[in-house]
Ligand binder design. Structure first.
Ligand SMILES: Cc1ncc(COP(=O)(O)O)c(C=O)c1O
Length: 397
């Protein structure tokens, strides 16, 4: 069956399924470390790559393969590979494709652990990184060196929702024989397909929207077969492979992804509009709002604006205390760093996700002490608003 011509919801439910002789309707969970051979000759042939078949779950596993095929269909890429976490996906991409002496140009607005991986660990092995402003195409162009191999960006960015023109960035990258990798965490394949806009690699933390219920860690890299084979080569030797159990969770997560993303987007927009009108709120960062600088671009390259927004509570020097007051006054919203969960989560970026970033960098990125990030969940939006209103309404400004 060629799923590439079907819609994304059909792909999410059907693509990649391999039924066993038991004729199970739902995808089977192959919870096994290794696989049996018919004979010593068969084992030798499988190990030599002369016969097709599973050998060991660090290499391949049928449940993981079902997840990979389904995700690749949804991202519109030739191939995909599952990894143990989103960070394992980024690490495996770099280890599979780069070597000492290579150079990465990355957006400044990337996940904190990704910067640590680049600055501390890739640096140890001779890979250099230059950081640029996500939305400034001149900055990207000027940072290119002869040894630049990879552009790396998240769009929309966390937590400011800045949006980069993926097509323009891919064109610039390809003029210089550079690969473009987009971390598609905020949108998921339901809202954005970077490969269709020219990205060579699409990276996921499946821990977020693809699971959607905060249960399991996982990641994935999608791209051409040639690039993914290089990533797989590293993964099967080094070991940060996806567990079959987690793959099964992500398969089930993909089935409801489109519906969930529509609900996340609708509620996030309602919350963003309410916050924008609240007298205790200085500014709201959500690319679904016409006031956001990335709104028009997001409308063009995304099928929805996503479920994560940030807002700044008024208060100047009192900003942090006021933000903490709003967070501490909530009754059921979860104070936790994860996002993309059915449960709404709230975070104080200044003292948590961005705590290790220097004050100067935080100021430059607009991460101020009064900021709160909300990953809007699937609870009733009226209840989410009421939970935030308790603290916002009781602030003395
Ligand atoms: C944008 C982004 N990329 C990558 C990661 C890393 O994913 P994981 O926690 O699955 O390793 C995260 C985690 O929060 C993230 O927000």
């Amino acid at each position: 069956m060629d799923w590439s011509t079907k819609g994304i919801a059909t792909q999410a439910v059907r693509a990649g399924q391999r039924r066993s002789e038991e004729r199970e309707h739902s995808e089977a969970l192959y919870m096994t470390a290794s696989f049996l051979f018919d004979s010593a000759e068969h084992a030798a042939a499988c190990f030599a790559g002369e016969a097709e078949g599973n050998v060991y779950s660090r290499y391949t596993n049928p449940t993981v393969a079902m997840f990979e095929e389904r995700l690749a269909a949804m991202e519109g890429t030739e191939a995909a590979v599952g990894t143990a976490s989103g960070m394992a996906a980024i690490l495996s991409t770099c280890m599979g494709l780069l070597q000492a002496g290579d150079h990465i140009v990355a957006s400044r607005s990337i996940f904190g652990s990704t910067s640590v991986l680049f600055n501390k660990y890739l640096h140890k092995f001779g890979v250099q990184v230059t950081y640029v402003t996500l939305t400034d195409m001149n900055d990207w162009a000027q940072a290119i060196r002869p040894e630049t191999k990879l552009f790396f960006a998240e769009t929309p960015s966390n937590p400011m929702n800045d949006v980069v023109d993926i097509r323009a960035l891919a064109e610039l990258a390809h003029q210089h024989d550079i690969w473009l990798a987009i971390d598609n965490c905020f949108c998921s394949p339901a809202l954005q397909n970077p490969a269709a806009l020219g990205a060579d690699l699409v990276i996921h933390t499946t821990t977020k929207y693809i699971d959607g219920q905060g249960r399991a860690l996982g990641g994935a890299v999608c791209g051409s077969k040639a690039l993914i084979d290089e990533v797989v080569g590293f993964l099967r030797s080094a070991g940060p492979s996806m567990s079959p159990f987690n793959a099964w969770i992500f398969i089930k997560g993909l089935e409801t992804l489109k519906l969930r993303m529509q609900a996340h987007c609708a509620s996030a927009l309602r919350l963003a509009q309410w916050l924008e009108a609240h007298p205790a709120v200085e500014r709201v960062y959500y690319c679904g709002l016409p006031s956001h600088p990335g709104h028009e671009l997001a409308k063009q390259q995304q099928r929805g604006f996503g479920g994560v927004l940030a807002f700044v509570v008024k208060g100047g020097a009192q900003g942090k205390d006021n933000a903490w007051h709003v967070m501490n006054e909530t009754e059921f919203l979860s104070i936790t760093a994860n996002l993309g969960d059915a449960k709404t989560t709230i975070t104080h970026p200044y003292t948590t996700t961005h705590a290790r970033v220097s004050d100067e960098e935080k100021a430059r990125a607009g991460i101020v002490p009064g900021m709160i990030r909300v990953s809007v969940g699937l609870e009733d939006i009226e209840d989410i608003i009421a939970d935030l209103a308790r603290g916002l309404d009781s602030l003395t400004l």
